[in-house]
Design a protein around this ligand. Structure first.
Ligand code: SAH
Length: 221
């Protein structure tokens, strides 16, 4: 069963503010009610510094330190909708935990969520947020996510939240039959959000839209 977050002891902004965000997502073509529900109830302000908390329910990307960003809510919703559009994934691997916001959205929709981050300072903060929200079933790893998570493969879905120049074959190889991966591929200034589905005899690739992500980098720090 996908998890429910525990909101006791978590300060929340008004429901009206959060509904305004989901109304906007609906206008932008997000139609999966499950995604809209969890985005309306997830306290995004906990995933940024206090000084930025008042902007947490705007549809905008926000800095999280180490030159990284928490994605714009529309993009979080769009990527989530993409991997749910091709079936009902039982497990998902996220590359690029960052603040942990996308991870927490996934954990409320998909039974098994694993996430990999290469910056230890970001991962530590994300882990404390998972604990605060009672999401102890999320699996995480401090590593270079370009390698995926070989011990846990295959995955029904993989979501890459940083941009590689080309489709990472190591990750594609960890998809289960029928599994899919959503990944922003390209060069800075020219990235395309791409949905790849593993089929019986190869792969089907669909470009969803132009996007802007931080680069997928090698190694750990
Ligand atoms: N999903 C995040 C988005 C964070 S931005 C959120 O909701 O906040 C992208 C993240 O990808 C950054 O934290 C960055 O450190 C991480 N990243 C970049 N290259 C990586 C790699 N090779 N392995 C794991 N994480 C990586």
């Amino acid at each position: 069963m996908a998890a429910k977050i525990d909101l006791s002891g978590v300060g929340m902004t008004s429901q009206r503010t959060r509904n305004r965000l989901t109304d906007r997502l609906r206008d932008q073509g997000i139609s999966n009610e499950g995604i809209l529900d969890v985005m309306a109830s997830t306290p995004r302000h906990l995933f940024v510094d206090e000084a930025l908390a008042h902007r947490a329910y705007e549809d905008t990307a926000l800095p999280i330190g180490y030159s990284q960003t928490l994605s714009q809510p529309y993009i979080v919703a769009r990527m989530t909708q993409a991997i749910l559009s091709l079936g009902r994934p039982k497990n998902v691997l996220e590359i690029g935990t960052g603040s942990g916001y996308q991870t927490v959205i996934l954990a409320q929709l998909i039974d098994e969520v694993s996430t990999v981050e290469r910056i230890s300072g970001l991962l530590e903060k994300a882990i404390s947020r998972f604990r605060l929200l009672g999401l102890s079933q999320i699996r995480y790893k401090y590593d270079d996510g370009q390698l995926g998570w070989p011990e846990k493969q295959p995955f029904d879905a993989i979501m890459v939240t940083a941009s590689p120049r080309v489709i990472p074959q190591e990750l594609v190889a960890q998809l289960s039959p029928g599994g899919c991966m959503v990944v922003p591929v390209g060069t800075p200034g020219n990235q395309e959000l791409t949905l790849i589905q593993r089929e019986e005899n190869g792969f089907r690739t669909e470009v969803l839209e132009k996007v802007r992500f931080v680069p997928l980098l090698g190694g750990k720090r």
